[in-house]
Design a protein around this ligand. Structure first.
Ligand code: UDP
Length: 355
């Protein structure tokens, strides 16, 4: 048996990073999580060692790299709330941009020449055409989106000058949870749509706010491309494989290619529970493009990526199951609530994900 190949995973204790660590381990890698635990969770780090540190701390990064000698870096660690980035951009530029620079310099110093970077569809802003392809102009409308775009540009400059190879993954809306129930979406505070709707359906919050019903969309609510986090996690394994086999640097969308509205999700949950989800109408949220969904063709062609779990029933079913699990309801989060049984639809979970 060959030893697992070490990969440094910044943000490996977070929602997407932890799901990726699980898949890395299944694919023969050793995920070494580097995370400051400001938004991630110690209990989400289950498939390799955890180093508690801040990515802006170059000495801590160098130390971790010297100890584990990773062959590549998966760089997830970032602040990622659009609304928060508008209200308080300073930590976003610091963690996301200065943090990425520290990672790039540490990688360069140690001769690590492969990077997978977590970028975002937020770099596109309000697209002129749909679905959004990678050649669409990148004109972000939030500080968060701008931090991701700046990082993409810095990475490209480092690649041109220093021989770094990269795969930039532009995520659409990560949602759902590990189908085996090992991991949940444990954001604090929770601002994302799918968990907020499930929280309202379960009486954890009195209602879910709907940010705008007057958008230029078929039902007036925003349309997004909800990609199951397990599909998204798998894209990282494919990206590593792609670079290992000599693939050229690449920036690529990771989405399902399907547009689903906020209203569609509310309706799906109401149908499932047999009760309307309590809602509260609010004005549009600053920085929200009305419609975003991916053209996933380049990811298919280059990485062999396809979204297998990204239909809304599987997303809701796995998210609801994680909500109902002891890990999600237990003392760790201090919630102590009893969820209303959600009829978790596992029928779509048929595809076995090969490592
Ligand atoms: N949204 C909403 N109510 C909420 C959370 C989100 O109406 O409580 C909307 C939000 O305006 C956006 C979509 O749901 O149109 C997805 O938002 P989310 O924060 O989940 O992800 P984002 O698209 O910002 O990455």
């Amino acid at each position: 048996m060959t030893a697992p190949r070490p990969i440094l995973v910044t943000g490996g204790a977070g929602f997407i990073g932890s799901h990726a660590c699980k898949q890395l381990a299944a694919a023969g890698y050793l995920p070494i999580t580097f995370d400051n635990l400001s938004r991630g969770h110690r209990r989400a780090v289950r498939w390799g060692p955890l180093i508690v540190g801040d990515i802006r701390d170059s000495a801590a990064l160098e130390c971790a790299i010297a100890e584990y000698r990773p062959e590549a870096i998966l760089h997830f660690a970032a602040l990622a709330y659009v609304g928060e980035s508008v209200a308080d951009p300073s930590p976003y530029y610091s963690h996301n941009v200065a943090g990425t620079l520290a990672i790039l310099d540490a990688a360069r110093g140690a001769g690590i020449d492969q990077l997978v970077f977590s970028s975002s569809c937020a770099t596109y802003g309000v697209p002129d055409t749909l679905p959004v392809s990678e050649t669409a102009p990148q004109r972000p409308v939030s500080p968060y989106g701008r931090t991701k775009l700046f990082c993409e540009q810095i990475i490209q400059d480092y690649a041109a000058a220093y021989g770094l190879r990269y795969v930039i993954l532009r995520y659409f809306n990560a949602s759902g949870c590990d189908p085996d129930g090992d991991l949940g979406e444990w954001h604090t505070p929770e601002t994302h749509l799918v968990p907020r709707i499930l929280m309202a359906a379960n009486g954890i919050i009195p209602s879910v706010e709907i940010f705008g019903s007057d958008h230029a969309t078929p039902d007036g609510t925003c349309v997004r491309d909800f990609i199951h986090v397990t599909d998204l996690a798998h894209a990282h394994v494919l990206a590593l494989d792609y670079m290992s086999s000599g693939g050229k640097s690449l920036a690529v969308n990771i989405g399902s290619g399907q547009g689903v509205s906020v209203r569609d999700i509310l309706d799906a949950v109401s149908r499932n529970t047999g009760r309307p989800v309590p809602t509260e109408m609010r004005p549009r949220r600053q920085g929200d493009p009305p419609i975003l969904y991916a053209d996933p063709a380049l990811a298919r062609r280059t990485l062999g990526f396809s979204a297998r779990l990204s239909n809304i029933n599987v997303i809701l079913g796995t998210a609801a199951a994680a909500f109902a699990s002891p890990a999600a309801t237990g003392a760790a989060e201090g919630r102590g609530w009893q969820p209303t049984p959600f009829h978790a639809d596992r029928s779509g979970i048929t595809a076995k994900l090969e490592p």
